[in-house]
Ligand binder design. Structure first.
Ligand code: UDP
Length: 444
């Protein structure tokens, strides 16, 4: 891909954007956080809103608590939004006008990046010089805006990919649409431009090196987190089932998240069909909730999963629910016997760690970040590959082995305790400091 990288890459352009003298200790006081394609104010679990939204909100709040203010720039997607919303003390969301409010898919956004950048530059220009100490961009679209903004303001750029085109394309579900070459080009440019890249796991760091030629020294690994105040066992499974109107003695494998081929909820349904073919009596006590809404390439067939359930003859056991707020989602996790994530790829998989924090074990595909999020045999079961029969066998164990759910549930709860957002924010602040130091060396 090197032929696509700008010949200016790596050079520091002097002028208005000359790197500023850094504060002693490289202390970062205010960060411009960029989230072009999805707003931290949107409900996650459908469309373009998912784990990245949760990540940005939780990280920003925790950074603010430690004294680093965060201003999050996102594209306005409805009319009449206030230009500036306070999300929490020290965390502001700035709505940027870039293109029509509605009707633009994520795929259309590369054409709006100039307009978005214009909005970001204007917002900064109305502040005192040196308003932002650092730019932290999320996903490649924001990375492109951050590339220019950081250079113009003379501050470091820290970037998190969240997902990468080359990695996604290498593990596509059958018939799913590959990510375009333009995204690969964009990601390659950002890898070169960023001072630091934040990866969710060692695996993701290795992918940045392997697929995008990132120097390993540029990549910091920071595991994402879970809000341990919200996601906890609370008053337990029985109470959660009662609140959700679910039968007390049911076996409940839960799917939660954006409904799209990459997440493979269809594999769960096929596994359930196999379980029931094998043991028809199980039908009386099996409930399969699917919580979330269509997203990405899943939007092309929004009813696809419902139709599949009907075709498989399991529509009576599957309960489709629209996305819910995270407090309600915590109840779904508590109520479930097990969370199932048969995804083809996950850079981490926040729902896995959230369910475990509620003491619910996870059956997950052994892909991407899931082997970090789930401790095989301790907090859940990792399944190699995507054969529904393997998932059916894993689920069968929760029916047959008394005590398995409880044992793994206890392990899950313990495992999740190591993933609080406080440590994510602390590790991120260290990455910021390292990025600032790197600039300090460059400008010295
Ligand atoms: N989520 C939610 N309500 C829902 C379904 C999901 O708030 O009905 C949230 C969930 O709590 C998690 C995020 O959406 O934090 C999904 O993140 P994950 O990393 O699992 O997947 P992604 O969307 O990033 O692919």
């Amino acid at each position: 891909m090197s032929q696509y990288v700008s010949r200016l890459g790596g050079r520091r352009v002097r002028g208005h954007g000359t790197p500023r003298r850094l504060r002693r200790g490289g202390g970062v006081r205010r960060v411009a956080m960029l989230s072009v394609h999805t707003s931290p104010l949107h409900q996650p679990g459908t469309g373009d809103a998912g784990g990245m939204n949760v990540y940005i909100v939780e990280l920003a709040k925790r950074l603010a608590e430690t004294g680093i203010e965060v201003e999050i720039f996102t594209r306005a997607t409805t009319g009449g939004l206030p230009p500036r919303v306070e999300l929490a003390p020290g965390v502001i969301v700035r709505h940027v006008d870039a293109g029509p409010y509605e009707g633009l898919a994520k795929e259309d956004l590369p054409a709006q990046l100039c307009a978005f950048t214009h909005g970001v530059m204007q917002a900064e220009a109305s502040q005192r010089p040196g308003h932002y100490d650092l730019v932290h961009s999320h996903y490649w679209l924001s990375g492109h805006v951050g590339w220019l903004a950081a250079q113009r303001w003379g501050v470091p750029l820290v970037h998190a990919m969240h997902t990468m085109a080359k990695v996604k394309n290498a593990a596509l579900a059958e018939g799913d649409t590959p990510e375009p070459a333009a995204r690969v080009i964009g990601e390659t440019q950002i890898v070169e431009a960023a001072d630091r890249l934040i990866a969710n796991t060692d695996d993701e760091a290795a992918e940045l090196v392997r697929h995008y030629d990132a120097p390993r020294s540029k990549v910091a690994v920071v595991h994402p987190g879970v809000n341990l105040d919200r996601f906890r066992p609370a008053d337990g499974r029985a109470a959660a089932r009662a609140r959700l109107g679910l039968p007390q003695h049911a076996v409940i494998p839960l799917f939660a998240g954006r409904i799209q081929p990459l997440k493979a909820p269809d594999i769960l349904l096929r596994a359930v069909a196999l379980l029931l073919a094998d043991d028809p009596k199980l039908r009386e006590r099996l409930v399969v909730p699917v919580v979330g809404g269509p997203s990405g390439s899943g939007l092309a067939k929004p009813e696809g999963l419902q139709k599949l359930a009907a075709r498989l003859g399991i529509a009576d056991v599957v309960r489709f629910r629209p996305p819910v707020d995270q407090d309600t989602l915590a109840d779904w996790y508590r109520a479930a016997s097990v969370l199932v994530m048969p995804s083809y790829n996950e850079s981490f998989g926040l729902v896995a760690i959230e369910a475990q924090a509620c003491a619910t074990p996870v059956v997950a595909a052994a892909v991407g970040g899931l082997p970090v999020a789930v401790r095989d045999g301790h907090s859940g079961v990792l399944v190699p590959g995507h054969d529904p029969a393997d998932y059916a066998r894993a689920l069968r164990r929760f029916v047959d082995e008394p005590g398995l759910g409880e044992r793994l549930g206890a392990g899950a709860h313990a495992h999740a305790q190591g993933f609080g957002w406080g440590s994510v924010a602390a590790a991120t602040a260290e990455v910021y400091a390292a990025a600032v130091r790197r600039r300090g060396l460059v400008t010295a």
